[in-house]
Design a protein around this ligand. Structure first.
Ligand SMILES: Cc1ncc(COP(=O)(O)O)c(C=O)c1O
Length: 377
């Protein structure tokens, strides 16, 4: 049996919607389909304004611009994340302050944030790893008390929630990804969610290359001009047309993934202890973005990846800690983030996609069992 790691979602109706765009002849951003996607996200999350972008990276760069960061301002975030969670802020000259993660959820450790705050701190960026919420009550409280901008990197977290409230609705700003590796996708795509009413108008200016085009479209000005530092962050109508039917179907897609996630958990928990399997706190409802397990060591994980690969199963590790990345050339040499570094060496992600078959999950789990039996475990 051959089992790939991810199969990008295609619902079957995307081509019809793209055909409509071709027939209408309007392809650039903020058209009918983009506005429909915006509306679906606003209804899903209750955010004040959703803005489709060409990637989550774009959305994060917009967050950094909207936050008005200046060189030397500090931004606290986890190091166990994707490169652009940090590069979006590095582009503005901010200093990144790395925070370690919790061993259970692999999310930023809320108990460590306060000790990292200085008078230069301007923002906290949280990442909801695997679509499982960070401890948002505590983190929101810290940001409120210290007057910090809260940004959610919700790249993996569509339709997930914390205490019944959708992720993406806690921060002043939040970013979703619709890259082909995500639960719903349009190749490359993203969205910025704005929950602070004072940032809505500027967010649209920033998306529109820094111009007040939205004012021009509404007839407020008779020509549009440069009013903010922005860029071209728009999603094209072709991508929005592809994404729209997936957004409409996302709850069903996630239910199907959750069924697979629960099946993995059921089968693996027969021989793997709970602390080596994902932890979903009671207050979190997740979207089965990912199923991962922890190996005992880097060597064990490498051997397991090889063993699964030899048996036709594609499994992969995840983030290399950003504070150790070659980009920083020794800047963070003295910094140790114990959980981040250990988890980065031992976390293994298993195949997960819409309509993963039960027999495929059974096969993956049986091979993992065989691997551990072979090692006398
Ligand atoms: C946590 C996180 N942030 C940001 C991104 C970037 O998303 P995009 O590829 O849509 O720019 C990703 C993508 O995998 C991610 O996992």
């Amino acid at each position: 049996m051959k089992i790939t790691f991810n199969k990008p979602l295609v619902t079957g109706v995307e081509a019809e919607h793209i055909k409509k765009v071709v027939e209408k002849g309007q392809f650039s951003g903020n058209g009918e389909y983009s506005k429909k996607c915006n509306k679906i996200l606003e209804q899903k999350t209750g955010c004040i304004k959703a803005i489709m972008t060409s990637s989550c990276t774009d959305s994060l760069e917009m967050c950094a611009l909207l936050s008005g960061l200046k060189p030397g301002d500090e931004v606290i975030m986890p190091s166990f994340t994707f490169v652009t969670t940090a590069s979006a802020f590095e582009l503005r000259g901010a200093n990144i302050v790395w925070c370690d993660i919790r061993p259970d959820t692999k999310n930023i450790d809320e108990n460590l944030i306060e000790s990292l705050i200085t008078e230069k701190t301007k923002a906290v960026v949280v990442v909801h790893y695997a679509g499982v919420a960070c401890e948002m009550d505590r983190i929101s409280d810290i940001c409120n008390r210290h007057n910090l901008i809260l940004i959610e990197d919700a790249a993996q977290a569509i339709d997930a929630s914390y205490k019944g409230k959708p992720l993406g609705s806690f921060g002043d700003l939040a970013a979703f990804s619709f890259h082909e590796t995500k639960n719903i996708q349009c190749g490359e795509g993203g969205a910025l969610l704005v929950n602070d009413p004072d940032m809505v108008e500027r967010a649209e200016f920033i998306r529109d290359k820094g111009t007040n085009r939205t004012h021009f479209n509404k007839g407020i000005v008779d020509k549009y001009t440069w009013v903010e530092l922005g860029s071209s962050f728009l999603m094209s109508e072709l991508q929005a047309a592809f994404l729209c039917p997936q957004l409409e179907k996302s709850l069903e897609v996630n239910q199907n993934r959750l069924k697979s996630w629960n099946r993995y958990y059921e089968l693996l928990s027969e021989f793997i202890p709970a602390e080596k399997l994902p932890v979903i706190p009671d207050q979190c409802s997740h979207n089965a973005h990912m199923f991962y397990m922890m190996a005992d060591s880097f060597e064990e994980r490498s051997e397991l990846i090889k063993f699964l690969g030899d048996n036709g199963i594609y499994s992969i590790f995840h983030y290399i800690p950003l504070h150790k990345a070659p980009y920083w050339k020794g800047k963070y040499d003295g910094l140790t983030l114990e959980n981040t570094e250990k988890i980065s060496k031992t976390l293994l992600r298993l195949p997960m996609f819409y309509e993963l078959k039960d027999e495929e999950i059974v096969y993956v789990c049986s091979k993992i069992r065989e691997f551990f039996l072979g090692r006398g475990k």
